[in-house]
Design a protein around this ligand. Structure first.
Ligand SMILES: [Zn+2]
Length: 229
């Protein structure tokens, strides 16, 4: 990600947070189908096709006027202070009526709901992780969009294979603990092809690893297993 603007202003900082929001999977809040926003379409197209954006109409429709599909959202209500919400000058919004005569300017920084949603998708690392040992099968009891972490403390330095089993679509990432930080070591995302994730990697005795599994989809909650050998 390359920021081509001054990050020391409020606007520059908020815009950087907004773009990071896209990078971790967030869509535009002003396109929330539950917002109730009714646009003055010619006014929106007129405004964003001019200075400083000069967007073509197609881009304005994609970034602003198009409502997200309900299945791209989690059904949450309108959060007009979300970092994922644009600023709009007065006169672009027909409803709610208050924005005909006054601009809609989200508060600076992350909103409380932004933080809740980010932590929902990216929960912090639990201190007491279950340990994944060779030849032990672990049942995966998580729902779609949720993740589960395991600790791996290899007794021998050798190549290990870690694989998920069952009718589910998983992404699996292995981190090595280096100086208190979890550094990406290897990953496998088989979404779209064969459903289960598999990593084969050389792990070293005396080092610590974290395995993270995220479930995209399973036919039935809890229907899956994990094994290392
Ligand atoms: Zn955006």
């Amino acid at each position: 990600m390359n920021f081509g603007w001054d990050l020391t202003t409020d606007y520059g900082y908020d815009t950087a947070l907004h773009e990071i929001g896209h990078a971790i999977g967030f869509s535009h809040e002003h396109q929330n189908p539950n917002s109730g926003i009714q646009w003055d379409e010619p006014a929106v197209i007129g405004y964003f096709s001019g200075h400083p954006n000069y967007w073509p109409e197609e881009q304005i429709r994609y970034n602003i006027l198009r409502k997200l599909n309900a299945n791209e959202t989690d059904g949450s209500g309108w959060d007009k202070n979300s970092i994922m919400h644009y600023q709009f000058p007065k006169g672009l919004i027909v409803k709610p009526e208050e924005y005909r005569d006054s601009p809609l300017i989200p508060e600076s920084g992350l909103s409380p709901e932004d933080i809740v949603e980010a932590l929902h998708f990216y929960p912090g690392l639990d201190k007491n992780l279950p340990e994944l040992r060779p030849w032990e099968s672990h049942r995966i009891r998580i729902g779609a969009g949720e993740q589960i972490d395991f600790e791996i403390k290899p007794k021998y330095s050798r190549e290990y294979t870690i694989e998920t089993f069952g009718e589910m679509d998983t992404v699996m990432v292995l981190f090595e603990e280096i100086n208190g930080e979890n550094v990406y070591y290897d990953g496998d995302d088989d979404s779209g092809t064969s459903l289960n994730a598999k990593i084969t990697a050389r792990l070293m005795r005396g080092r610590g690893y974290i395995l993270r599994i995220r479930l995209y989809y399973s036919k039935q909650k809890g229907q899956g297993a994990l094994m290392m050998w």
